[in-house]
Every structure is written in C-alpha cells, then in structure tokens.
Design a protein around this ligand. Sequence first.
Ligand code: ZN
Length: 315
Amino acid sequence: MNEPKTLQDAIVFYNDYANCHAFMISVRWPDGKVTCPRCGSGHVAYLEKARVWKCYGKHAQAKFSLKTGTIFEDSPLGLNKWLTAVWLITSAKNGISSYEIHRSLGVSHKTAWFMLQRIRLAMQEGTFAKAKGQVEVDETFIGGKARNMHKHIREQKITGTGGTDKTAVIGVLERGGKIWVSVIDSRKKKPLQKHVQNHVEPGAEVFTDALKSYEGLDGEYLHQVVDHAEEYVKGQVHTNGLENYWSLLKRTLKGTYTFVRPFHLFRYLDEQAFRFNERKDEDGDSGRFLHVMQNTNGRRLTYKKLTGKAGVAAE
Ligand SMILES: [Zn+2]
C-alpha cells in the first residue's frame, strides 16, 4: 500500500473510503481474514452497500463495521475524520487542543474533545518493560499555583502531598530509553518505592533527589542521591533528564491545553509519554500514526466513562 508520509498525504489518502477500508483491515486483521469482533468467527459476509459485515454466528448484533470493537465504535464520524485526527495528534510535537481539532476538522468542540480523549486511550502504553541501566526517578506537582514555581522554591513551600489543587506525578526515565509517568496519590515511602520496584529492574543504577521516601532503595538498586544544594552536577548523579521532561510537559499543558482537570490528567501524561517514547521511530509521523492505529483495536471509551457523567466537559 502506498501509505501517506505527510499530513497532507494522509488527508487526501484517507478521504478515499477504499483506502480507509484497506488500511483498517490491514491494522485489525493483518492476515486479511476478517473475523467477527464479537464471537471471533470467520464465517462472515461483507455487505458492500451498508459497509458492514454480517456474522453467521448465533448471537445478537450480528452486524459489525470497521469501527466495531475499536475506540471509534459508536461514533457517527467518518473514518476519514478520525484518521486525520489521529495523524494530527500523533504528529503534533507539543500536542493539539480540542479547539484546533474543532477548527481543522469542522466538528463541534465537544466532539473534538471526545475524539482526543479516545485517541489518547490508544496512546497508552500497554506494557512497560522495566527500566534498566541508568534510571532517573523523580516526582513533581502539576496544576495549581505551584505549576510555574521553580522546583527548589516549590519544595520549600510545599510539604507532604501538596494542596488539593495540585496533583503529584512520578516519572521513571531510562537514560537513552523510555519514560513512564503516572499520577500518584501519595509521596509516602511505601507507594513511591512500589512504583520504583514495578518499573525498574533490580540492580539498576537509580538516581533520585533527597526525598526521604526514597531511602532504603539501596537494598535492591545502586541508589545515588542528587544533592540539590550543590551548585554543579556531579558526573552522572543527576535527574536532569526528568527535570527537562517536567518543564516540557508543563509548558505543553500550559500552552496547548491551558486547563486540565486532575481527573483527566493521566490521559495527557500518557499522550506526552507516547510522544517521548516514540520520538525515535524511524518512520517518523507515519510510524507513530501506525503505532496508535494498531492500539485502537480492542480499546473502548464511552462518553459516560470518560466524563463520569453525561454532559459537556470542555477543556
Ligand atoms: Zn459473530
């Protein structure tokens, strides 16, 4: 297949339904044999006019489309708009707001917001191989008044878990490799060290700041503590990789997304981590696009689940 390499190629290419159809089949059924997403049966017939398949298995909802069983299910929007939106979000270096999607694709703002949240679901890393070698671990606060404060000043002002307007986030960065970022409820020793154990191979070199919660990691790791009182970085003992990542993340959240509710923050974290982790994809934007598209299968997100209630959540 002559796959598109640029946004412009993608818009033209996926505007042709035959291309969408062939592409979605290659993503969902790589061997070309279409099977029913509800029962797995290969005994199906394609009804070309309606653009659906009919399953001969004995169950309700015998008909299915290219969208059934994916993040696109139940959406009245055409795949041409969906695939363009996926391309836009995966190729935007600093993310893209729902207002930009709303304007670029000519969909309502509410629809654009929902589209982005669904696509972010496909940007979640399914599994994270444990970090090894040299690993930086660090936490930060996002949101609230502390958002723009310098880290060291912030640490003087904030103790414990911070105020209710701030969300604590932890990051694990394998130098030269991948990043893993998650919202945390607490910076206490037990939950924090559990995250380290879940995401870092025993025996790895682990660099953290002097937070007390990290004390004791030297049982399983070569744990070295960064001394922020020192003016200069001593050799490899630093968490500069993560600190750079935090500042980029905060700039993106502030610039592109302006306001993110804590409830939704993890989706933005996943999106940014995806972008970072796929930065070296040798096929560039088209490689990242394909990666997300392969993740659209088997994932679903309903509006109710997304918002916790019916209604408009504008961001
Ligand atoms: Zn079936």
